[in-house]
Design a protein around this ligand. Sequence first.
Ligand code: G3I
Length: 345
Amino acid sequence: NNLKTHFNKQFLVGSAINAQQAKQTQTDTDALIIAQFNSITPENEMKWERIHPKPEVYDFTLGDEYVDYGQANNMFTIGHTLVWHSQTPDWVFEDAQGKPLSREALLARMKEHIHTVVGRYKGKIKGWDIVNEALNEDGSLRDSKWREIIGDDYIEKAFTYAHAADPKAELYYNDYNMYKPEKSAGAARLIKSLQSKGIPVHGVGLQGHYSLTHPDLRELDEALNLFASLGIKSMITELDVSVLPFPNEAEQGADINQDLALQKTLNPYPDGLPEDKQVALSKRYKDIFTVLISHQASLSRVTFWGVNDANSWRNNWPMQGRTDYPLLFDRENKPKLAYQVLMDL
Ligand code: G3I
């Protein structure tokens, strides 16, 4: 009775794990990860700021522990992420005097980073999120230091360098809100353009930070059809389903601990999720998985963004200190109703 066996014929089932879990200091959680999942993604430990904090300094301590954990437990081990506008130190884009790098110098730096990181885990990391979140919501390319300095071809360069560093690794483009028709169309344009130039791209990651109301699952279905038509794999790379109301901009700036009314609306279940919401969450997961299973021919993996509700980034986004219930396992690592419902599919 576990997720990886239950969905064995459909897709891999993965989880993002953190450094403490890779160190095996969370005994119960580790037992759960090993029992339930056959793929892992490093939640933060391979981001540029962590693994390459200074120009001449790489820190592979946590990356090595993570990869060893995947190897020891025979898991399809994912690398996340090489080129992103976020969690990348400012020095990456500057010379020693603090002046913006030239295109050639930034390409050289990107190449060196990718060769070093991908090369270190060659044959061990099976799939890499090469470029993360390069698109705007309308499907156009996002402005970033990468794009500003190198130009639009920074994306194809990243894929090319990664392929040279480990020709057998699968290379993915990963982004959020990929169910939105304009954004998925933009991703499809990007992938087709890579394909037309012979640049290796093996899959597209749809992050999957969802809620009880978003996305419209017909849109998700259509996006998965579109990506399948490109002849590449799709994967849900960061699945979670928030049960909390999404605060507006003014509310996000407020301190909910100082405002009781706001606390009640924005953090309504500090002592546990009421039964009706537990049911709503399980129904939502069932509906999502029904769509995903119908795409099993092209969908290779479904990865949850975290193991249990206690560890989820959702408790701190878009504002700090809330109590969310987005995953299949509760704060004591017990399977929730949503887990049972998926196991009945
Ligand atoms: O570990 C430090 C801690 O030492 C320090 O005291 C504390 C103070 O801020 O920060 C801690 O690091 C935080 C880290 O999460 C671990 O909790 C960082 O500030 C915080 O920025 C970081 O957030 C992560 C976020 O990406 C930014 O990298 C989230 O955990 C992680 O879940 C989230 O994951 C992203 C994916 O990579 C890409 N897609 C969206 C997804 C959700 O935002």
